[in-house]
Write a protein that binds this ligand. Sequence first.
Ligand SMILES: [Zn+2]
Length: 204
Amino acid sequence: MLPQYESFLDATPEKGVIMVEYWWQTPSRLNAKKARGAERETRGAKTSMIFFKRVLSADKCWCGSAKTFGKCHRRDDDWTYVSLDPDRRTYSPVVLLERIFPHINIAHVRAQLERDQRLLPLDKTSDYAEWALPAHPPIVNDIGQLIIGTLDVSTRGLRIETNSEKRVEHMTGLVAQMLGAVLGKNETRRAEPQKTFHIPRMRE
Ligand SMILES: [Zn+2]
């Protein structure tokens, strides 16, 4: 489960990890203004937040091994960035990933995803549509609704974007189930595991 907001003041890499999570936020006044530009309809916003998650040396490690944090993933030289796994029992290292399915029927897939009540709308133009996939069961707090990644459909095909290996596999399975179809070959691109952290900009 998500931790409380903890102070970074005395945080060091050996005392815990940095949690990276994404939220979907309902359209703000800023988005509403953009929506009046007619051509682009912004229907929500994706934002990211980081937390310090304190882990004691004798606590079970966040990765789900039977070892203690002190004997497993604890580091003293560099921060470890993690995100909650879809099953919400463990965490995985943050790796930015995108998986593209180029051989889909674009119009058909887009129409099916637009009808799917599980998805939270993000962006929509004549040749681009994007949604956020919420964590299940939902977590809603004062930031917004917790999401595990995004899906978009464009002329490139269907694309999944998320930040851990477990999330991309989970989302691939879920999307195949939503579409009830074989998605065909895919291509996955991975960024290097994050060593330095930057806050991703909000999508315009
Ligand atoms: Zn571990």
